[in-house]
Design a protein around this ligand. Structure first.
Ligand SMILES: [Zn+2]
Ligand SMILES: [Zn+2]
Length: 143
């Protein structure tokens, strides 16, 4: 899928949770996709790492549903709202608690995710060793 960008380099995206209760739209910078290997992301995703892209300021619009919010307090004391679907548990975004909030969208919930390629990996010191290189793991097109 080709990346379609506006004149400002922004890409319009649409997203939602697995059960369909939550739907949203935003604009993102496709060069700002990141993978986070921190231990909080491992636990909160139930997976090896998280892929995120921030919504450009003022572009996030919730179109359907009401996510449940979990406020996470970081080691640094920073508090951050983590939104997820109360029906199916899909992580939707994290956001600053200030106004206006800035939203970090979860890549796997975006319809355009195949066009959004990560450019940076952070918190690599806590990365699971195997997650840094999947090439050696046996591959199947389906299960
Ligand atoms: Zn859902
Ligand atoms: Zn993280």
């Amino acid at each position: 899928m080709a990346v379609s960008r506006g004149a400002d380099g922004a890409m319009r995206i649409e997203g939602g949770c697995h059960c369909g209760a939550i739907a949203f739209a935003a604009a993102v910078d496709p060069d700002n996709v990141r993978i986070c290997h921190c231990t909080d992301c491992q636990t909160l995703t139930g997976s090896a790492y998280r892929a995120n892209v921030p919504a450009l300021a003022g572009t996030f619009v919730l179109r359907r549903g009401a996510p449940k919010i979990y406020v996470k307090t970081a080691e640094s004391g920073t508090r951050r709202a983590h939104a997820f679907c109360p029906e199916c548990g899909t992580p939707i975004y994290s956001a600053t608690l200030g106004e206006p909030a800035s939203y970090s969208l979860r890549l796997g919930t975006l319809k355009e995710r195949a066009s959004l390629v990560p450019k940076r990996q952070i918190w690599c010191r806590s990365a699971l060793p195997w997650a840094m290189d999947l090439h050696m793991i046996e591959k199947f097109d389906r299960q």
